[in-house]
Design a protein around this ligand. Sequence first.
Ligand SMILES: Nc1ncnc2c1ncn2[C@@H]1O[C@H](COP(=O)(O)OP(=O)(O)O)[C@@H](O)[C@H]1O
Ligand SMILES: [Mg+2]
Length: 295
Amino acid sequence: MDIAILSVSLHVHSTRRLVEEAQKAGHYVELIDHTKCSVKLGEGNPKIFFGSEDVTHEFDAIIPRIGTKVTKHGAAIVKQFEINGVFSTARSAAISRARNKVATLQILAKNGLPIPETLFSINPNNIEDQLRLLGGPPVIIKLQEGTQGLGVILAETKKSARSIIDTFYKMDTSILIQKFIEEANGEDIRIIVIGKKVVASMKRTSDMDEFRSNIHRGGLGEAVKLTPREKFIALQATQLLGLGVAGVDLIRSASGPLILEVNASPGLKGVEAATGVNVAKRIIQYMERHVGRKS
Ligand SMILES: Nc1ncnc2c1ncn2[C@@H]1O[C@H](COP(=O)(O)OP(=O)(O)O)[C@@H](O)[C@H]1O
Ligand SMILES: [Mg+2]
């Protein structure tokens, strides 16, 4: 296969791992920075350019690793590859859905999957009522489009919750408010789904004095065995969002597992190290199955 990895950060570990495994399997692989891509529409067939190079018909498959910045442009480039018949490990609509935590939770809730009690609003005039709807503080306040634990805040008192929420509303920043799952004890579970299979899962334990368990925030990962229900909801969530490859985050609450979010380009370093699973290789094999080519 001829594979393009769409990523702005070409030196990150996950990208390097994907390149490594693609080459090992005998594929051609190129790194494409989607911020340097343009699409030309109208007059003839749509064309995709990388800088001034026409890459419209260069690739059989793409792996989008679209970061938080330029998601919109990245999604539009992915969409154009899709329209042109190129296989993608994540469809453009799914990337946009997964990027936004509210959009994700709306889809999951509609389909009966368990999520923490969550509220979204933009009204600065009844914050007290909003807090009451969640049973009062402590609450988690989250940027709708944050990642790596940045933009996830724990507000322990009514006073701090009120001032943080008020500030965000007045800054026109999209947030959500969520019940704090205290009994999770700073732990969560990251589940890697590829196609219709769970291929790896790890428990992440947060650093001391920290409730966020993201590896980027100092969380430590170790392999964990999932319950059948946890497996089932991770697979369902991935499928509902329409992702081929996903990192599902869930938290173990007193009332069972709750899904926090679904990541469209999950990091590979932490999970490969914790579980010993060659996730990059599994992604390449998944692409081979879909494109119908072994090399
Ligand atoms: N409602 C919650 N209750 C307790 N801990 C939470 C809650 N939401 C998030 N966390 C903690 O914060 C981390 C980051 O939250 P998450 O929603 O996954 O956002 P991000 O996209 O930044 O990873 C989670 O992995 C979890 O450890
Ligand atoms: Mg997360």
